[in-house]
Design a binder for this molecule. Structure first.
Ligand SMILES: [Zn+2]
Length: 240
């Protein structure tokens, strides 16, 4: 199975679903990260520094390939045809079975606009008559799309146990030293403020409580989830 995970900035995937990414990779799935921007508008860190940190984080999580689309940080426009083509092209190249995407319900304008851009691109990627330019990639319609939490929590319709991968997730987050470190040169932001890392861990702990495990990550679904055998809930619980 190929799992494509989109993030708007180079650290979004790690924060939102790093544990799930690591678990998918450990299960033998090919995990690909696509960052929509290089994060060049962030308060700390240069694009080159951020790219190196992102590659380090990807290795921590077992990601097979990570790339950035290089769309303009601070100027993501969900209805820009060129930006949409860039995302469609990425989907058609990676040809994922499952896609994890950021939530449109997020106060950061790039997160919300980027989430809508990705949603539109996922639809267009499946239209055979929609071309992304000179490329000849065939239409691609992934089997499932799940939405991870950003600055606001998503409705937890799918919850994944990441207890075994919590350490890898934290290592991947701190790999982004320019964002979460407290070097003398770094300017204060909510990300490097005292208590931020604890808040990330606390969210996973609270989410884990929902399914009786130590740590978990939650996802909303983009549509109904088909179930073939209701007995699957005997092992996992559900509906609570
Ligand atoms: Zn972000």
């Amino acid at each position: 199975m190929v799992v494509l995970i989109f993030g708007i900035h180079p650290d979004d995937i790690e924060l939102g679903c790093g544990g799930t990414a690591a678990r998918c990779a450990a299960q033998g799935h090919r995990v690909v990260f696509v960052d929509v921007t290089r994060g060049e508008s962030s308060t700390n860190g240069t694009p080159d520094q951020r790219a190196r940190e992102a590659q380090h984080a990807a290795v921590e999580l077992g990601c097979a390939h990570r790339e950035s689309l290089g769309l303009p940080d601070g100027d993501i426009r969900s209805e820009d045809p060129a930006q949409e083509r860039a995302v469609v092209s990425a989907i058609r190249r990676v040809r994922p079975d499952v896609v994890l995407v950021p939530s449109a319900d997020d106060p950061h304008p790039d997160h919300s606009a980027g989430a809508v851009l990705i949603e539109r691109a996922l639809y267009r990627a499946g239209i055979a008559g929609y071309l992304t330019g000179p490329e000849t990639h065939r239409a691609c319609r992934p089997a499932a799309v799940f939405v991870y939490s950003g600055r606001r929590e998503v409705t937890p319709r799918i919850v994944i146990d990441i207890s075994e991968y919590a350490t890898a997730k934290m290592r991947a987050i701190v790999a982004h030293r320019s964002q979460f470190g407290t070097d003398a040169a770094s300017r204060p932001t909510p990300l490097n403020a005292a208590g931020f890392m604890e808040s990330v861990e606390a969210r996973d702990v609270v989410c884990g409580r929902r399914i009786g495990v130590r740590r978990a990550e939650a996802f909303d679904t983009s549509g109904p989830v088909a179930v073939d055998d209701l007995s699957m809930f005997l092992a996992k619980g559900g509906g609570g």
